[in-house]
Ligand binder design. Structure first.
Ligand code: ADP
Ligand code: MG
Length: 417
């Protein structure tokens, strides 16, 4: 009991929040008790706090493994902005020069650093392993833990070395966090991190404020998108396309139609990309036309629509990408355009890949096609994909619930392409 009262006080003290969201408190208590912990919580649920708060309370330094440099920098800035002392949070990654690395190491050694963010490739480096061996580690947090699994939407091979490296540095409790809750990914994470006994905290993945719709992809798709954006003037939105070429083309079309839009993909240099990201956050532009390179860790609370110009490669990815809409709980309109011929294109892309990878890719694609072609409640289908039963008859917030159509009409739509 006293511990609970204290935790709420600590929450207020460090973060200024009055109460915990969802399972945060139980998660933190489990970690404080020294147990391995597995957190499945949708995007925007408040996962970061589950390791940030205990790191500030516990003795030693918490190692946070996170896949993106931009994400790390952002979180470190936030934590350091909250505290009077400097160096409470630091990161180690390939962007630092020698002097900065020395500063980080000095702060960690002196004990002021409570949170050390590390990219997986940096963690696995010999010199960092050697250094960390001499550090008192409170726990390891593996953020975006689905990166471990090929069944996830963002597989990163370096994530697979995390466990062996932890073994070299020295054991401490592990907390793994992800917004990816499919059974396959979950099993992979536990197995790979060696945390099969971890207590699991899974919150509902339903995002009641998101409206889901699938439209047949027809010749007038650009017109439909322009019309939609004009009807939502001044609102922020993301349009996902599969290819960089399409991103550039569509962005031009939108600009010609007096829509404030910019392209974003991995082929653009990093200063252009961060400029575009800032423009979007500061609302100098309304629409980002992007490949899936855009989005992880973007915390813009009032994205009002996410449009998929092309059908995504997996339902998992679709859920993550649409999850960037309506993070503040307000309106979030998610529209996906679907054509069967796009599936064929995607299958063709896979042809050069190893057979096992192709099998996984095809299976994921089939699930997406089933979703697009179904006349069942979209929410029910998405949640089912995450092993969650949605029991209501009608969600009142997807095309299939709001405008039920009979099967014949539905299949007719699909012939339009
Ligand atoms: P996730 O990593 O699960 O996507 P974040 O950790 O980025 O989510 O948190 C999402 C938002 O929720 C952030 O803006 C964060 O400040 C806020 N948040 C987290 N915990 C609380 C809380 N207990 N009370 C209020 N806001 C919170
Ligand atoms: Mg997060």
């Amino acid at each position: 009991m006293t511990k609970e009262v204290n935790l709420t006080q600590q929450l207020k003290h460090y973060f200024g929040f009055d109460k915990f969201k969802g399972d945060q408190e139980a998660i933190i208590n489990n970690l404080l008790d020294g147990n391995d912990t597995f957190v499945l919580m949708p995007t925007g649920g408040g996962k970061s706090l589950c390791y940030q708060l205990p790191s500030l309370i516990m003795e030693g330094t918490a190692i946070v493994i996170s896949p993106l440099i931009a994400l790390m920098k952002n979180q470190v800035d936030v934590i350091n902005g909250m505290s009077e002392e400097s160096g409470v949070a630091h990161y180690l990654n390939s962007s630092l020069n020698k002097a900065s690395i020395q500063q980080v190491m000095d702060d960690v050694k002196s004990g002021v650093t409570k949170l050390l963010y590390v990219a997986p490739e940096s963690l696995n480096k010999e010199e960092n392993v050697e250094f960390l061996k001499s550090v008192k580690i409170s726990f390891y947090a593996i953020d975006e833990a689905h990166c471990i699994s090929e069944w996830g939407h963002d597989f990163r091979p370096e994530y697979r070395n995390i466990r062996p490296t932890i073994g070299k540095i020295g054991n401490a409790p592990v907390i793994a966090l992800t917004a990816t809750a499919t059974d396959k990914v979950r099993t992979d994470i536990k197995k790979n991190l060696g945390i099969s006994d971890a207590k699991e905290f899974k919150s509902s993945f339903n995002r009641a404020n998101l409206y889901y719709e699938v439209r047949p992809k027809t010749q007038d798709i650009d017109k439909q998108i322009i019309k939609f954006i004009k009807q939502h003037e001044g609102k922020s939105g993301i349009i996902y396309c599969l290819s960089r070429k399409k991103v550039e083309e569509l962005s031009e079309v939108l600009k010609t139609n007096e829509i404030k839009a910019s392209p974003y993909h991995a082929g653009l240099d990093s200063s252009t990309r961060s400029q575009t990201q800032d423009d979007f956050l500061m609302e100098r532009i309304d629409v980002i036309v992007a490949t899936i390179a855009f989005g992880m860790g973007i915390d813009k609370p009032d994205v009002r629509f996410v449009i998929h110009y092309d059908i995504p490669k997996s339902l998992e990815g679709y859920y993550q990408e649409t999850g960037r809409a309506g993070r503040d709980g307000g309106e979030g309109i998610c529209i996906a355009f679907y054509a069967q011929k796009d599936l064929k294109k995607l299958e063709k892309f896979m042809e050069g890949k190893p057979v096992a990878e192709q099998d996984i890719g095809r299976q994921l694609l089939q699930e997406t096609a089933a979703y697009a072609e179904s006349s069942v409640c979209r929410r029910k289908m998405l949640l089912h994909y995450f092993g969650e039963e949605y029991n209501k008859e009608n969600c009142h917030n997807c095309d299939n619930c709001l405008h039920p159509k009979d099967k014949i009409e539905a299949s007719k739509d699909l012939l339009v392409v």
